[in-house]
Design a protein around this ligand. Structure first.
Ligand SMILES: [Zn+2]
Length: 168
C-alpha cells in the first residue's frame, strides 16, 4: 500500500432487498439476529452481505452476484452468505484487488441491530481480512413509509473502496 497510486482506487455500490418470512432465521452480516421472522431467499438471504458483495464486485468491474451464484444452482441453497463473501474476496484477490474499506446500511423497521454490530464487524472483517474499523455497519428505519416501512421486507445498500495492486 506504500506505493499506492490514487488512480488505482475503485469504488463500488450494491443494493439488495428481500421479503420477510416467518420461521426463517434472520441472518445479517453473518450473525443470527434474534427475531420472530427471517428473510426469504435461496441462500440464507443475508441482505447486507448480498449488497456488500455487489459493491465489491462492482468496484472490481466484475459481474454481479447473480452471475457467480445463480439462484437456480442447488449448491447455493441455504448457503451461508459468509461463504459466498469469501468467494468474492477470492475473486478480487485473483484480480489483484485489495479492499480498503466497506460501508453498509440496512433499512428495516425492526429488529434493532445495534447490539449485534460489534459481532457483525468481526465476521465481515475476518472474511475480508481488513480491520473491523474498516467495516461500517448501521441501520435506519424507513419512518413507516412504503413497503419497507410496513415491514414487508428489508433492504440494504453497501459501498466499497478497493485498490488495484500490480500483478506479480
Ligand atoms: Zn439477496
Amino acid at each position: 500500500m506504500s506505493h499506492m497510486n490514487i488512480l488505482n482506487l475503485r469504488t463500488g455500490i450494491g443494493y439488495d432487498t428481500h421479503k420477510i418470512k416467518a420461521g426463517r432465521p434472520l441472518m445479517l452480516c453473518g450473525v443470527k439476529v434474534p427475531c420472530d421472522f427471517g428473510l426469504d431467499g435461496h441462500s440464507d438471504a443475508d441482505v447486507m452481505i448480498h449488497a456488500l458483495m455487489d459493491a465489491l464486485l462492482g468496484a472490481a468491474g466484475l459481474f454481479d452476484i447473480g452471475y457467480y451464484f445463480p439462484n437456480t444452482d442447488n449448491n447455493f441453497k441455504n448457503i451461508s452468505s459468509l461463504k459466498l463473501l469469501e468467494k468474492v474476496k477470492g475473486l478480487l484477490a485473483n484480480n489483484n484487488f485489495k479492499i480498503i474499506n466497506v460501508d453498509m446500511v440496512l433499512i428495516s423497521e425492526k429488529p434493532k441491530i445495534s447490539p449485534h454490530v460489534v459481532d457483525m464487524k468481526k465476521k465481515i472483517s475476518s472474511v475480508l481480512q481488513i480491520d473491523p474499523e474498516a467495516v461500517g455497519i448501521k441501520a435506519t428505519t424507513n419512518e413507516k413509509m412504503g413497503h419497507l416501512g410496513r415491514g414487508e421486507g428489508m433492504a440494504a445498500y453497501a459501498t466499497a473502496l478497493i485498490y488495484k495492486g500490480s500483478s506479480k
